[in-house]
Design a protein around this ligand. Structure first.
Ligand code: BES
Ligand code: MN
Ligand code: ZN
Length: 497
């Protein structure tokens, strides 16, 4: 999708559809007031007749208004001006985006970005509009056989009252966020592809493909190469499947030569049946999404390289399929990780941490500035935070604070959970150094405790995206989160240096 700043006055704007905000109050303001005057009161009349309310979430489509060059006007209720905060503004954008999708036009002009949002600036409004229109227009229909393709939104102009230097900087914001949006789209496409297509081998091919399009160096380790490195924790999971496991590394060097990289590690379980600790059948199809951490690493690398961020960035993806084949891990088995730590596998369904353990040890080779892992790690995370916020834990509070801040700014938010010493005792084992599960209590925390044993040599944070990586049910769909959070984090870092 193409985004640009609006250049014409609203009356001359000949986009297929104008998206105009209606704030509650006695008088119309901004774009609504201008369009109302030009159309000799058509908007006021629609409100008076009760066709549209100014409350948040209401929309009305009007056609062929006099005095306007555009064919259609989509009115969007925005509620009271003084109640308009970040969350509500994003919800309004999403409402407009969805309404636009059902209208089926390919180009629109958005005046919502002129709104005054509490504690937010123009560049934030613009960046959220880019993210929102990109994501609401997203469709995953590559596996539908039908020939009829619905009209796709291709072009959006965003209106702003800014001028001069500010306007120029907004163009840069648009480009950066368009890059982030295509990173989100990549992550969603990979996440949505089913387990019989998106296998570890497929992900490795996708990484090689990315390397042909952007300045990214890709290496893929085979099982034999991982065996030489003694990654038996990772390999033990893949032994339960006929699909060969892989370890993918992607390096983007946009920063100063020799500067330590930020390393992202993404869980890439392309299907999680649970292994011998088999999952129940209901909803198991959603376990194709268990590689969304890996997908977010793909998306972030693509976006960072496309936006030419001046940073060094490495993506590491341990990728396996967790199945109950004859050689699969059995409860009670003990494996030795690459770090030498022995692990008693109490539950073969706690496989994510087993593959991340070796990937975190492997990350040391890149002499990281810091490491962030991203994983659909625990069902307990959904119990704790639902689908709105990502869980965040780690061993370095300043790093966690940076991530929380990036989450706020990108509106792809995280919430810190306590990674305290007290919880470590839950993963004690009387047979091995540690156990791979810590009981029902605080499941997200004890999973992070497990990971922390393999992340002792660097600053590290862990994002549990079990609740945020995809939406469940009949509308099941990958979200592409936390690509926006990660990109904002990288942008903030590259600007503070
Ligand atoms: N991939 C799952 C976690 C998950 C479950 C994410 C449902 C999103 C929705 C993970 O591998 C898993 O199975 N975790 C177990 C851990 C348990 C055995 C300690 C879980 O959460 O039940
Ligand atoms: Mn599992
Ligand atoms: Zn899993």
């Amino acid at each position: 999708m193409k985004f640009s700043l609006a250049t014409k006055p609203i009356t001359e704007d000949n986009a297929q559809c104008l998206i105009i905000p209606l704030l509650s109050g006695k008088q119309l303001s901004g774009a609504a007031s201008l369009a109302d005057k030009a159309s000799k009161g058509a908007i006021t009349a629609a409100i008076k007749a009760g066709d549209i309310s100014t409350s948040r979430g209401k929309t009305l489509l009007l056609r062929s208004l006099k005095g306007l060059a555009s064919e259609r006007v989509l009115l969007v209720g925005c509620g009271k001006a003084d109640e308009l905060d970040a969350t509500r503004f994003v919800a309004i954008l999403n409402t407009a985006g969805k309404a636009l999708k059902s209208i089926g036009c390919s180009a629109a002009s958005c005046y919502l970005t002129e709104l005054d949002v509490k504690n937010c600036d123009t560049s934030w409004n613009i960046s959220q509009a880019v993210q929102s229109f990109s994501s609401t227009s997203y469709q995953f229909n590559e596996l539908k056989s039908g020939k009829k393709k619905p009209v796709k939104l291709k072009k959006i102009t965003l209106s702003t009252t800014a001028s001069g230097a500010e306007r120029k900087s907004l163009k840069g914001i648009i480009d950066t966020h368009a890059a982030i949006a295509s990173g989100v789209e990549l992550a969603r496409n990979l996440g949505n592809r089913p387990g019989n297509i998106c296998t570890p081998t497929y992900l490795a091919e996708q990484a090689k493909q990315l390397a042909t399009e952007l300045p990214i160096k890709v290496t893929v380790l085979t099982e034999a190469q991982m065996a030489k490195l003694k990654m038996d924790s990772l390999l033990s999971v893949g032994r339960g499947s006929r699909e060969p496991s892989k370890l993918i590394s992607m390096e983007y060097k946009g920063g100063v030569k020799g500067a330590k990289p930020v390393v992202l590690v993404g869980k890439g379980v392309t299907f999680d049946a649970g292994g011998i600790s088999l999952k129940p059948a209901g909803g198991m199809e959603e376990m194709k999404y268990d590689m969304c951490g890996a997908a977010s690493v793909f998306g972030t690398l693509q976006a960072a390289a496309a936006a030419k961020l001046p940073i060094n960035l490495v993506g590491i993806i341990p990728t396996v399929e967790n199945m109950p084949d004859g050689l699969a891990n059995k409860p009670g088995d003990v494996v030795t990780s690459m770090s030498g730590t022995t692990i008693e596998i109490i539950n073969t369904d706690a496989e994510g941490r087993l593959i991340l353990a070796d990937a975190l040890t492997y990350a040391e080779r890149f002499k990281p500035e810091l490491v962030i892992d991203i994983a659909t790690l625990t069902g307990a995370c959904i119990v704790a935070l639902g689908g709105h916020l990502t869980a965040l834990l780690g061993n370095d509070q300043p790093l966690i604070d940076e991530l929380l801040l990036a989450g706020e700014r990108s509106h792809d938010r995280a919430w810190q959970l306590p990674l305290l010493e007290e919880y470590q005792q839950q993963i004690k084992s009387n047979t091995a150094d540690i156990a791979n599960v810590g009981g029902r209590a605080a499941g997200t925390v004890t999973a992070a405790c497990f990971l922390s044993r393999f992340a002792e040599d660097y600053r590290w944070a862990h994002l549990d995206i079990a609740g945020t990586a995809w939406k469940s049910g009949s509308d099941k769909n990958a979200t592409g989160r936390p690509v926006p959070l990660l990109m904002q984090f990288l942008i903030n870092r590259s600007q503070s240096k």
